[in-house]
Design a protein. Structure first.
Length: 388
């Protein structure tokens, strides 16, 4: 499927690259785990970022909270459905809601998003029906949505390859003269892939309007980040000649602000940015993984105290921005979403086992035909009671 630019046609001027604010902090945080706002007064190193959310309204804050709660509810339902045999696999985003919702809400409609396979919250922000995400994990479609409808590309299973697609698309935007931007999502494990390194090189040399958003959840399946790098991931950007910023990935306000900053500098013609959202994968890598085999439970408990949803709720309550009626209504909406997801998935057809042989070769192949026939006979033997 081809990807078409839907960006507005406006001249793009290449400007001098603007560096991050002076005295760059090791971690940009605007909402503490205790639910307290960090004001820019007294913290000049975060002033430019904080300005993007300084005037955020209570309604907008409630919207961010709603997004995170419903995304987590959807994710939990998908995990449950996989355990019940309704999905072949599921990659949970548990613990990464703030990174995804904050960055997703920072994008404009004409921006283009390139996800991996865990960006369920970003998909929510882009208006993709969550039930469409599940068809691929059930094996009944190849994604279930038209990427050009929401400027949200199909999920990418090949680790890191979408960063090259994003860079190429961003280079095309520049040639089109549009003022939109591109954001590419990947994890800490993907940061070790050659495709990501190539993307950094091309985007820097061609000043591509792309934001690389790395969700560093600290575990590439069972491999910890310290086994992949000797420096924080955001510092890698320095070697390619563009800014890198590390943000508290469990702070939805910081993720929103920093991503807005990065996208705006891309639109101004200042080139790429690497945003490292330092977060934690509270669940398994996928439902086929057992994280208890390679990490300590006390690590998970420590990060649960930094839960992105809990900290925003604390802030909403302490500031009087949400009452019990709001939370009760949201709980009812959450349950309704879970019910709809269950009903839609259970109504999906079972995948055709022979479909795996389709589209292997454009013109067919004798060996594939032979393998298809053998597998069809094997499948038929179950119905005939002839399993060998």
């Amino acid at each position: 499927m081809t990807v078409e630019s839907t960006a507005a046609r406006k001249p793009r001027k290449r400007t001098a690259a603007k560096k991050p604010p002076g005295g760059q902090p090791d971690l940009v945080q605007l909402l503490t785990p205790e639910g307290r706002r960090v004001k820019s007064a007294g913290h000049p190193e975060i002033a430019e970022y904080a300005g993007y959310v300084e005037d955020i309204t209570p309604d907008e804050l409630r919207g961010l909270y709603r997004d995170m709660v419903l995304t987590r509810r959807f994710d939990a339902e998908a995990t449950s459905l996989q355990r019940q045999g309704e999905l072949g696999l599921w990659a949970s985003l548990l613990g990464q809601e703030a990174a995804q919702i904050g960055s997703g809400r920072a994008t404009r409609e004409d921006d283009y998003v390139f996800p991996t396979y865990r960006e369920h919250g970003v998909a929510w922000c882009r208006g993709v029906d969550p039930t469409n995400l599940l068809g691929m994990f059930r094996g009944v479609n190849n994604g279930g949505w038209d990427p050009n409808t929401n400027n949200f590309h199909l999920y990418t299973i090949v680790i890191g390859s979408q960063t090259l697609h994003a860079t190429g698309y961003a280079m095309g935007i520049t040639k089109d003269g549009a003022d939109s931007a591109v954001i590419a999502y990947f994890g800490d494990g993907a940061s070790s892939q050659g495709d990501v390194a190539e993307s950094f090189t091309f985007s820097a040399v061609y000043n591509a309007p792309v934001v690389f958003f790395c969700q560093n959840n600290q575990w590439a399946i069972s491999e910890p980040t310290e086994k992949q790098t000797r420096v924080p991931l955001y510092q890698r950007a320095q070697g390619y000649g563009f800014p890198g910023v590390r943000v508290d990935g469990n702070d939805v306000l910081a993720c929103l602000a920093v991503t807005k900053w990065a996208l705006e500098r891309a639109r101004r013609g200042e080139g790429p940015t690497l945003v490292e959202a330092f977060t934690y994968r509270m669940g398994a890598h996928t439902t086929s993984d057992d994280p208890t085999r390679y990490r300590h439970d006390d690590e998970r408990v420590a990060w649960e105290a930094k839960d992105p949803i809990a900290r925003l709720r604390t802030y909403l309550e302490s500031e009087g921005h949400a009452d019990e009626g709001f939370f009760a209504e949201l709980e009812a909406e959450s349950e309704a979403l879970g019910k709809r997801v269950r009903e839609v998935v259970r109504a999906m057809p079972d995948p055709d086992p022979l479909a795996i042989f389709e589209n292997v070769y454009a013109d067919g192949h004798a060996l594939v035909d032979e393998e298809r026939a053998q597998f069809a006979a094997y499948q038929a033997s179950f119905a005939e009671g002839e399993v060998r």
